[in-house]
Design a protein around this ligand. Structure first.
Ligand code: KIV
Length: 291
């Protein structure tokens, strides 16, 4: 993989759609992971509010705050200077009013230098999308399974599996594009619906659990590397088992500490030449205490 010379822009993502080059997108929440993602050639990174579950151990994304999202977005931006970074607007940062939506979307750009913001919902948040776009900010819509409203959906369930609900998703997708959004994410939707929406929209359509017929794929990094333990959604492919690697390493450390084989000589700082002797003199030959 050749190193990117400049940051990915929304125009690059449009070009990738028109050329049929699939966009590779992953979440990231911290500096080292963002560095790995940059080195691996990810086009886009999402500082998802999934950080609530993957980093903070909450049982949903609902408690996540703007301040948490900003701090993590700043770290990701530092680690990934050329990826297209999307800040995820947390629950209640845009639901109450268009003004809240613009103010909080603006914080992501001013404080964390992200390239775009993402918010959940279709028809019912079209005015929020329009207001943020009118403020000059790149917006990614997110429909299908929308975790912030999973209470209304009756849990983390796939969406659009009947003809009626699939048609409602198409309406949502069109509303998001008509409101001026630049990208659309579909979550947990059957491929037939994804394929239709991707054909129908001119903006890039990305999938997390929405099958292959679209312009790119997103996964949660903690699922991909096998770090998140609570559950694994059907749509995840685990590419590594970091939980096992890290736990094994920690177990080996505990073992070495107990046995006294860590630290070894090579981990210790020797005293400067002649200083050990002077130190012994200073504390008395029997080591009984400094004079
Ligand atoms: O927060 C997140 O990571 C997300 C994905 C589940 C799409 O919004």
């Amino acid at each position: 993989m050749t190193e990117r010379q400049r940051r990915v822009t929304i125009l690059d993502l449009y070009r990738m759609k028109s050329e049929g080059t699939k966009i590779a997108w992953l979440t990231a929440y911290d500096f080292p992971t963002a560095q790995f993602a940059e080195a691996a050639g990810l086009d886009m990174l999402l500082v998802g509010d999934s950080l609530g579950m993957c980093v903070y151990g909450y049982d949903s994304t609902v408690p996540v705050t703007m301040d948490q999202c900003i701090v993590h977005s700043e770290a990701v931006r530092r680690g990934a200077p050329t990826a297209f970074v999307v800040g995820d607007m947390p629950f209640m940062s845009y639901q109450a009013s268009d003004e809240d939506a613009v103010r909080n979307a603006g914080r992501f750009l001013k404080e964390a230098a992200v390239d775009a913001v993402k918010l959940e919902g279709g028809v019912r948040i079209a005015s929020r999308i329009r207001s943020i776009v009118d403020a000059g900010i790149v917006v990614c819509g997110h429909i299908g399974l929308t975790p912030q409203s999973s209470g209304q959906l009756g849990g983390h369930k796939a969406q659009g599996r009947t003809a009626e609900t699939a048609c409602a998703l198409v309406e949502d997708a069109v509303a998001v594009e008509d409101a001026g959004a630049h990208l659309l994410l579909l979550e947990a939707v059957p491929p037939e619906v994804t394929g239709y929406i991707t054909e129908r929209l001119s903006i890039p359509v990305l999938s997390i659990g929405a099958g292959p017929p679209c312009d790119g794929q997103l996964l949660i990094v903690s699922d991909l590397i096998g770090q998140f333990q609570a559950f694994t959604p059907k749509f995840v492919r685990k590419y590594a088992n970091v939980a096992e690697v890290v736990t094994d390493a920690m177990r080996a450390y505990v073992d070495d500490v107990r046995k006294g084989v860590f630290p070894a000589e090579e981990h210790c700082y020797p005293m400067l030449k002649g200083e050990a002797e002077r130190f012994r003199e200073a504390i008395g030959e029997d080591g009984g205490g400094a004079s």
